[in-house]
Design a protein around this ligand. Structure first.
Ligand SMILES: Nc1nc2c(ncn2[C@@H]2O[C@H](COP(=O)(O)OP(=O)(O)OP(=O)(O)O)[C@@H](O)[C@H]2O)c(=O)[nH]1
Length: 307
């Protein structure tokens, strides 16, 4: 593990020093007690493959040796940001690297300034965190990848099946509306035929980027098949779903797509449906599909809804 040393702010008094583990008659800072402490910590850290859980365990364990009020962890590439405890005035941060692999950045916060002895203790305990954290990151990456469409980055069918079950439960329990958009790129075969398959792939990616950019963070986009996508709009009734669908339609039509020096016009058709009482997932999808069929029949680049 390599670490980037702390950047701390001006001191205040009343510094709480490290409280080592009680040991049987030995000096707490002896190598043996340090080793036991690390073994215990590593055992605890290896109990989970969830990044947040690993960090929470580390936060609670480290607290018994060094006073820490808050911990923040960031992995930019994986878009992970975890905070445990409270924000405080003084901080020290470390960049974690193992086997040439970046494992993110961790910041410890507290109200009093960190002392050199404490920083050394934190650094030595961080050595126990790096591998369990790396394993948790790899697990999270594997799970996320398994639920994504490799080409576009949208959720795949497995992700959709999971999401719709979860959203339906929430919608029933909280008596909130739930709407679904079935989206299809118009004349996509012509795009492939006229500009080539790689251009078609590029359009699929651009379309998903534009859909996601145009939606709220909580809305979910899934690739259903070839050039067909589904958007789940939680807590959204049919009227608002139509407004969202119309915004998506307009944004896609205004999207600039250039491939190999050629400009490619793209439009989508959208079928909209809302989950009703006693509805099944199958019925909801069927209504959205019917609405999409109507949009195609009405000349494409259209939004249709079925209540
Ligand atoms: N480039 C590319 N093309 C794909 C992919 N998956 C499916 N397709 C193509 O998408 C096209 C879909 O064509 P159709 O189902 O006839 O639909 P369409 O041409 O969009 O016509 P309408 O939906 O009626 O407007 C087919 O030519 C498929 O080969 C993919 O991952 N990449």
């Amino acid at each position: 593990m390599q670490s980037m040393p702390a950047a701390d702010k001006p001191n205040s008094s009343n510094i709480k020093l490290i409280t080592p583990l009680p040991t049987k008659g030995k000096h707490p800072n002896s190598t043996e007690s340090q080793l036991l402490l690390k073994i215990r910590l590593m055992n605890r850290l290896q109990n989970s493959l969830e990044v947040e859980r690993v960090l929470t365990v580390f936060f609670h364990e480290i607290q018994t040796h060094v006073t820490i009020h808050g911990l923040n962890y960031i992995h930019k590439e994986l878009n992970i940001n975890v905070s445990v405890g409270e924000q405080s005035h003084h901080s020290c941060n470390y960049r974690l690297i193992t086997d040439n692999e970046a494992v993110g950045e961790i910041t410890f916060r507290r109200q009093q300034r960190f002392q050199e002895e404490e920083l050394a203790h934190i650094e030595s305990l961080l050595g126990c965190l790096v591998y369990p954290l790396r394993n948790a990151l790899q697990y999270q990456l594997a799970v996320t990848t398994a639920l994504k469409d490799a080409l576009t980055g949208a959720g795949n069918r497995i992700a959709f099946d999971n999401a719709i079950k979860r959203e339906l439960n929430i919608c029933r329990r909280e008596k909130q509306p739930l709407s679904l958009l079935m989206i299809d790129i118009d004349h996509f075969k012509n795009i492939n035929d006229s500009y080539g398959h790689p251009a078609g792939d590029y359009i699929l990616k651009k379309t998903v980027d534009c859909l996601q950019y145009s939606l709220r963070n909580i809305d979910m986009t899934f690739r259903f098949g070839g050039e067909e996508f589904v958007v789940l709009l939680s807590k959204t009734d049919l009227i608002n779903a139509e407004l969202v669908a119309e915004r998506l339609r307009q944004n896609i039509a205004a999207m600039q797509c250039h491939y190999d020096g050629q400009s490619i016009p793209v439009t989508i058709s959208i079928g909209t449906a809302m989950f009703g009482e006693g509805d099944s997932i199958f019925c909801l999808l069927e209504r959205a599909d019917k609405a999409l069929y109507q949009a195609k029949n009405q000349g494409r680049n259209k939004v249709c809804a079925i209540a």
